[in-house]
Ligand binder design. Structure first.
Ligand SMILES: [Zn+2]
Length: 224
């Protein structure tokens, strides 16, 4: 049976991160406070053959484009699902090959995790953007050096929905609505081990945010 790489690096997940403008001379971004009412939904850890298509359905329903940070092994195991994501016009980013933490490991392994994931994603003629979400949001100077060399942006988030921790849909919605502002990058997952409330939360959250005047864009559109 094919294995999905687990979402959880819960012990290491960041609860909040600073805005891109606070991090000088580093290719690290968690939001763009100068982009008006635009926000970006991001989905990590897929593709998953059952859950990802359901997320795509909700996004389609509200005509929303999002960004999927894909794990290389899952791209290898579920190429049809990944093609479905790309064909619907969503952005594809890199979430490493095996979901290994990229902090405090050798440069060789960092490079291998990034390039092997690229190979698996692009095997399927998928257009991948040079945006990297390091597992757990963890990075160090070695990863920054690699990102600069490979012309990657390291993309974090500034709203964590805690869907990975099985937050209820009500808690997810309340968290986002109470904290959202233009330029935010919002963290969701399209695979979570155990019960997830991501889809039911999205069903209510997206129209609510649209009614508040927010426009959904991809990460690249948000950071341009
Ligand atoms: Zn992840």
């Amino acid at each position: 049976m094919k294995k999905i790489i687990c979402a959880i690096l819960s012990a290491f997940l960041l609860s909040s991160v600073v805005c891109s403008s606070d991090i000088k001379n580093k290719p690290v971004y968690s939001c763009n406070e100068n982009i008006g009412n635009k926000i970006a939904l991001t989905f990590d850890d897929g593709p998953h053959p059952k859950i990802t298509p359901k997320i795509l359905e909700v996004l389609d329903k509200y005509n929303v484009k999002a960004t999927f940070f894909v794990i290389g092994i899952n791209a290898k195991n579920y190429p049809e699902t990944l093609s479905m994501v790309a064909n619907k016009g969503h952005q594809i980013g890199n979430h490493t090959y095996s979901h290994k933490s990229l902090k405090s490991i050798s440069k060789d392994i960092v490079c291998k995790e990034i390039s092997t994931a690229e190979d698996e994603i692009m095997q399927n003629d998928i257009e991948m953007t040079n945006i990297l979400r390091p597992p757990g949001g963890l990075y160090d100077q070695t990863l920054i050096d690699v990102a600069l060399e490979k012309n990657y942006k390291i993309v974090l988030w500034n709203i964590d929905t805690h869907d990975w921790a099985h937050a209820s849909d009500k808690a997810i919605i309340k968290n986002v609505i109470n904290n959202v502002k233009g330029g935010d990058i919002i963290l969701f997952h399209d695979y979570i081990s155990g019960r997830a409330n991501t889809i039911s939360a999205l069903e209510k959250l997206i129209p609510k945010l649209q009614s508040m005047g927010y426009e959904f864009v991809t990460v690249s559109e948000l950071l341009q």
